[in-house]
Design a protein. Structure first.
Length: 273
């Protein structure tokens, strides 16, 4: 029997990407509406194309605090969400909920961990697709979890990751710990780039074995304590205690919201109910 599909959208990733192309759109009373117009349409079209039930996850404002307790500089290079984008978050959530989409947004939770937990939970009974440009999700890929690249519109599976990086999805946390991430503030190993990381993992398998069995010239390059921190920061939590969210289409509310924000054209593009 064919398993049903669920697609989990990285909401913040999607909002930022769409904001880049729609930042000029506003209502007559000056409220930015670009993302509010583009996101619902994108979610519905992608879900229909992939024949999957959509779920939308947004990052909590305090979601990074768990990792900041491990490493104070985690995500310290990131600025807050621009005001013209932030004011669209709540209306977007309300529109999507009224369209019958499950929306997860807890101010204390990192979206990556929520997505990881949902993927882990659903993969027991569903084929799971994660829609995001964030390479961190490669660590979650299995025979029943794949990544949807919303730019290239390509599904990414285990074989694709192995071809591109020369490692398996199971090794991807080790890869991220070695390479680091300047955007997220993950320190990594000094002067260890993608090629070196892939070569080390191809030879030693994982970071623990690398630290234990690598030649002395390699060991000298590795700050073991920093590598352990990098691993903890890069590792997505898949064991959160998340609520089950009941969904219900509220056509009247969808129409009311779209009318208020002057998105009447969007009403003709959406499938309600």
């Amino acid at each position: 029997m064919k398993r049903p599909r669920v697609i989990i959208f990285d909401g913040n990733n999607l909002m930022y990407r769409q904001h880049h192309f729609t930042k000029h759109l506003t209502s007559s009373f000056g409220h930015p509406t670009g993302v509010m117009s583009a996101l619902p349409k994108h979610v519905q079209e992608t879900a229909r194309k992939l024949k999957a039930t959509p779920i939308l996850v947004f990052d909590g404002a305090k979601g990074s605090l768990v990792r900041k307790r491990i490493y104070a500089n985690y995500k310290s290079n990131r600025n807050g969400m621009p005001e013209e984008l932030a004011v669209q978050l709540e209306p977007v959530k309300e529109i999507m909920k009224a369209l019958g989409v499950a929306v997860y947004h807890d101010k204390h939770l990192d979206a990556d961990d929520v997505i990881g937990t949902l993927a882990h939970n659903y993969c027991e009974t569903h084929n799971v697709i994660i829609s995001s440009l964030d390479k961190d999700f490669n660590q979650l890929v299995t025979s029943s979890i794949r990544i949807w690249n919303p730019q290239t519109r390509v599904l990414i599976g285990k074989v694709d990751i192995e071809k591109r990086y020369g490692i398996t999805p199971n090794q991807f946390v080790d890869y991220l710990a070695l390479v680091g991430d300047t955007v997220d503030g993950i320190p990594g190993v000094y002067k260890c780039g993608p090629v070196t990381a892939s070569e080390w993992l191809a030879e030693f398998g994982d970071c623990k074995t690398l630290v234990k069995n690598a030649p002395e010239k390699i060991k000298k390059r590795i700050d073991v304590a920093q590598l352990k921190i990098s691993y903890k920061l890069a590792k997505i939590n898949t064991t959160l205690d998340l609520p089950d969210i009941e969904t219900k289409v509220d056509a009247a509310k969808v129409k009311s919201l779209l009318k208020y924000y002057e998105l009447r054209q969007l009403l003709n593009m959406l499938i309600i109910g």
